[in-house]
Write a new protein. Sequence first.
Length: 262
Amino acid sequence: MIHLLSPAKSLDFDSDLPTKDHSVPQNLEHSQKLIKKLKTLSKKKLREMMSISQDLANVNADRYQMWEGVDQLSERGRQAIYAFKGDVYLGLQALTEFSPSDVDYAQDHLIILSGLYGVLRPKDVIEPYRLEMGTQLKVGRKKNLYEFWGDQLTNTINERLADGNDEVLINLASNEYFKVLDPKKIKGKVISPEFKDAKNGQYKFMSFYGKKARGLMSRFIIKNRINDPADLKGFDLEGYRYNVELSSDSNPVFTREENQAG
């Protein structure tokens, strides 16, 4: 069983690393093509294209100019699982919660989708960057990143499923990132858990809590070595419980009552 996460905009390249064990991203030659294009764009164009402040555009323009495609740990390169620190990774807590054997397990069972890197394994070394999958970056005849990556990431995931004799893909990625894949071509069953919090008598997806819950579910899968999707129903971190009435086989729903946020 393999599961997917999205990356994060916010990064941590300062915390001490618990291990020097690392791997090299599989799609670096494609990342080089994207960086080559990004280096040609003005800071004003980056700001407009990415809908960010000028200060953030300046930071990211500098990142692109400095990007080298490193394949070793350095001041500018660290493992993906320790580099991201957004809401999802607040739930994952790899730096504090994962043993070396947990990271080894994650290496074989977790894929992080990335606008710049395509697919990332947890130990893959990355440099600081920001490039969301939904960015309308034109590269050659490809008008955006979805067209740029095409079927390549779907094919890579199918290879991973085949290598591990896995038949199930757990989708914990956001819609923006999962859209880069073609579900009809995935050679396995796709299961997309949902996380909802009670608000005024109704269960709703609440962005911060829902994103954090995806990370919590990833941690639950990794720490407990979950290989059977039926065992996902036991997920109970920070007050979430499986809701049989709202769930289906492909969309298990986990709900939490008000005032139970961890």
